[in-house]
Design a protein around this ligand. Structure first.
Ligand code: UDP
Length: 483
């Protein structure tokens, strides 16, 4: 870490433009009754808020689950005439190294083994101070400010001083406490203890000092109409993946466009970075997919080893491990290291396994285009995997379920709230249990009728529980409780 820490008054905060989306789009999925309930909840929130605004503050506009969700959830809130805004703070490498350490700690791990002492507090606070003016300069007394994750926790006091109410939303967590969770919570406690409310994806993630009256459990949601999840004909999936280099086959650009979040038409033009030097996955072979950030907690190398050692090559399946291009996600400083570990693990595999395991990165320059590529991958996959060592929620699971894919995942964190073992997918109790992981994959590759049923159930579950209308209604109840 460099020694120089400076503060100045420049505006470090970026406001992300939000194009309203009409929540009426949900009606064919959720039916008229649920739609009517949503409409009246939205009207009630609108009356309650009056001219107060709802700000969301996080540390990246692209990459990872929080940005993924805010992109569309806030658009539907705007469409429901709630004045909501999205601000992104600016950090520097030292700051993101510290917040990543805290993030890893909340997931129960040591991260880079660095300290979380006074020096780190000071460096963290300097970045918070640099961003304070940009936030409080935009906020008015009475507004609600939702601060997301450790990266923004240190803004709590300044925002409250400006007269707004602070809701701290935590998207990560571990099912039990250990020395690393304790240390991470100790780091954060002084910043967030005074928040007006806390949102966790699971009640069990909250530390004991969070007052239960201030604790709200709100599960994330996916947008069925975003470029990530919108319908895509099977006829278009293979050409798209062939063109970007993830499947063998055509080099013709895909003819059929996708719809961007602003409603305009988009075309996939960029190629994926294919990181292994063998032939691309054959288009006809069953694909097992894990699409995640390059984060150790996602255990990409564990998925690779489990597949190489415990999935019979005679079944003809190929594994695709894919993640965002490593410079694409500003607040994720370990990504390139984790990707490199993965590439080295791949190079050490026996030749036979290397032929059926593929590593790739998806360019993030155009987030809608990147989303369309992930959409195609998830639709092409025979099985969607999320073998995380810990998981806050795991949007990739809901995304796979929405596409009627059977899931194989570890029974950790928010994954357990999405997948019931044997109903929507198959879970492994111990994320390190690679033989069981392999056996689950083999079962779903061979019993395709069972795999189909799990996928169909999963899609229904997403409609019931993980769409934006329920998510926004829960926010409405929270604003009511705080008013
Ligand atoms: N994702 C993506 N490109 C990739 C890999 C993942 O857009 O190459 C997306 C994925 O589809 C999901 C999000 O990143 O929407 C990850 O969210 P999740 O909750 O699964 O995990 P997080 O990154 O928040 O830990």
């Amino acid at each position: 870490m460099s020694d120089a820490v400076t503060t100045d008054s420049a505006d470090r905060v970026t406001e992300v433009e939000i194009q309203p989306l009409d929540p009426a789009a949900f009606e064919p999925l959720i039916g008229p009754e649920r739609m009517a309930r949503f409409r009246s909840a939205a009207e009630a929130s609108k009356r309650l808020l009056g001219d107060r605004r709802v700000f969301n503050v996080n540390s990246t506009a692209i990459g990872g689950g929080v940005a993924e969700m805010l992109q569309t959830l806030l658009a539907y809130a705007r469409g429901a005439r709630i004045d909501t805004r999205w601000l992104v703070i600016e950090g520097d490498p030292d700051f993101f190294a510290i917040t990543k350490r805290v993030h890893n700690g909340l997931y129960g791990g040591p991260g880079d083994m660095g300290q979380l002492d006074n020096t780190e507090h000071r460096r963290y606070e300097v970045v918070m101070e640099r961003n304070t003016e940009g936030i409080v300069g935009r906020v008015r007394p009475g507004d609600f400010v939702i601060l997301h994750d450790p990266q923004t926790a240190g803004l709590t006091h300044a925002v409250q001083k400006a007269g707004a109410q602070v809701i701290w939303r935590c998207h990560v967590g571990h099912d039990s406490s250990n020395q690393w969770t304790e240390r991470a919570w100790q780091f954060l406690r002084r910043y967030i203890e005074a928040a007006d409310a806390f949102i966790f994806s699971r009640a069990g993630f909250a530390p004991e000092w969070v007052d239960r009256d201030q604790l709200y459990v709100i599960t994330p949601s996916i947008d069925p109409f975003s470029a990530k999840n919108q319908p895509m004909s099977p006829l278009n999936v293979r050409p798209l993946l062939g063109y970007v280099g993830l499947l063998d086959g055509t080099l013709e650009p895909p003819r059929v466009p996708f719809t961007r979040r602003d409603g305009s038409v988009g075309k996939v033009r960029r190629f994926a970075d294919v990181l292994e030097n063998g032939p691309a996955a054959p288009a006809h072979a069953p694909m097992v997919l894990q699409a995640s950030r390059w984060d150790r907690v996602k255990d990409m190398t564990g998925v690779m080893t489990g597949f190489a050692e415990h999935v019979d090559p005679a079944l003809g399946a190929h594994l695709m491990l894919t993640g965002p291009a490593v410079f694409g996600v500003a607040d994720d400083p370990e990504a390139s290291e984790v990707l490199l570990e993965c590439m080295m693990a791949w190079a050490a595999l026996p030749h036979e396994a290397r032929n059926r395991i593929h590593l790739s990165c998806i360019p993030m320059t155009d987030p809608d285009e990147a989303a369309a590529i992930v959409n195609a991958l998830q639709r092409h996959a025979s099985i969607v995997v999320q073998k995380s060592l810990a998981e806050g929620f795991g949007l990739t699971v809901a995304e796979g379920m929405w596409k009627a894919r059977p899931i194989v995942a570890s029974a950790v964190g928010g994954i357990v709230d999405q997948v019931v073992h044997g109903e929507h997918g198959l879970l492994i109790d111990d994320p390190h249990d690679l033989p069981r992981f392999g056996a689950h994959i083999e079962l779903l590759l061979t019993d395709t009728a069972y795999a189909y049923d799990l996928g169909r159930n999963g899609r229904e579950r997403v409609v019931e529980e993980f769409l934006g209308d329920s998510h926004l209604e829960r926010f409405g109840s929270l604003f009511q409780a705080l008013s």
